[in-house]
Design a protein. Structure first.
Length: 296
């Protein structure tokens, strides 16, 4: 996951004329306004502390998203904070830590209202992004505990994720350039691509060592559909500089997809479904009123 996304959002907000390639700038988001959805002040304070810890990933100041060890530490700290948060609000509950974390994550996804201004929408999208990143890191660790070779898949996915995100962001940037909603739409596309990964990892975890049937022919069919979707999306890009960088990503995606696919011999069924989700993410990026894919 590269820092180019944050730099790109800054350029959009400033109405830059050129689409940025991966950069080092970070987005200065306004401090999020937490919705008062709890009865007790102490409950709000406890959840706010968790929100601020999760939010550190979005600022890019405290957590290096390119450092997997740093991401793991961030995820573990957030996990403990969420368990403590839940226990402070519901001290008599006897559910598992996993259920406690999921409960708090659900609350975090709703405590920052989407709002109607650009900054409110981007704050909301950033919290959604941070929650998705938490799930992606936690799910990856869980799969690794069961399959140590999955680290090769993770490395291949990171390369594919950057290219797919860059492609989808290029498409949506061209469509919404000059509009006040351009930044929020880029955030939505980024989250949609990340959600593809979260859903994929969730499906793999649910296998629990069971069979995952799918033929190579089915995966090839889904890959062809993805390529057709990218061809259609690329045709909607009408800014020459954006077209050049977006096409560059598209050209590189098939090789990255093949590299990723070769690491997933155990998960061909999940792979076919995930490539289909990638196609939906591409289609999302070139629709005037896109609908997000359904979360797991």
């Amino acid at each position: 996951m590269k820092k180019f996304i944050f730099g790109l959002i800054v350029l959009v907000v400033m109405a830059s004329l050129v689409l940025s390639l991966p950069g080092e700038k970070d987005m200065d988001y306004a401090e999020p306004q937490i919705k008062n959805s709890f009865k007790m002040v102490s409950d709000i304070h406890s959840l706010r502390n968790v929100a601020e810890m999760i939010w550190e990933l979005g600022t890019g100041n405290s957590v290096d998203i390119d450092d997997r060890n740093a991401l793991n530490r961030w995820q573990e700290q957030c996990e403990q904070a969420m368990i403590q948060c839940y226990d402070s609000i519901h001290p008599n509950d006897s559910i598992s830590d996993y259920q406690k974390v999921n409960s708090v994550l659900d609350d975090l996804g709703s405590i920052i209202p989407e709002g109607i201004t650009t900054i409110e929408m981007m704050n909301h999208s950033m919290m959604v992004y941070c929650v998705l990143m938490y799930k992606a890191v936690a799910y990856s660790k869980k799969v690794l505990q069961r399959d140590s070779t999955f680290k090769n898949e993770m490395k291949a996915w990171d390369e594919l994720y950057v290219l797919l995100s860059n492609f989808c962001i290029g498409v949506i940037y061209s469509e919404w350039y000059g509009d006040s909603c351009c930044g929020p739409m880029i955030e939505a596309v980024r989250n949609n691509v990340l959600e593809v990964r979260v859903k994929d990892l969730h499906r793999i975890i649910q296998l629990e060592g069971g069979s995952d049937p799918a033929t190579d022919q089915m995966v090839t069919f889904k890959r062809n559909e993805l390529n057709q979707a990218m061809e259609r999306a690329l045709k909607t890009v009408d800014k020459a500089d954006v077209y050049k960088s977006t096409k560059k990503s598209k050209v590189a995606i098939p090789a990255a997809l093949e590299k990723w696919y070769l690491t997933r011999a155990k998960y061909k069924g999940c792979t076919a479904v995930t490539i289909d989700d990638m196609k939906d993410a591409v289609n999302y990026s070139c629709l005037d009123s896109p609908k997000t894919i359904s979360p797991e």
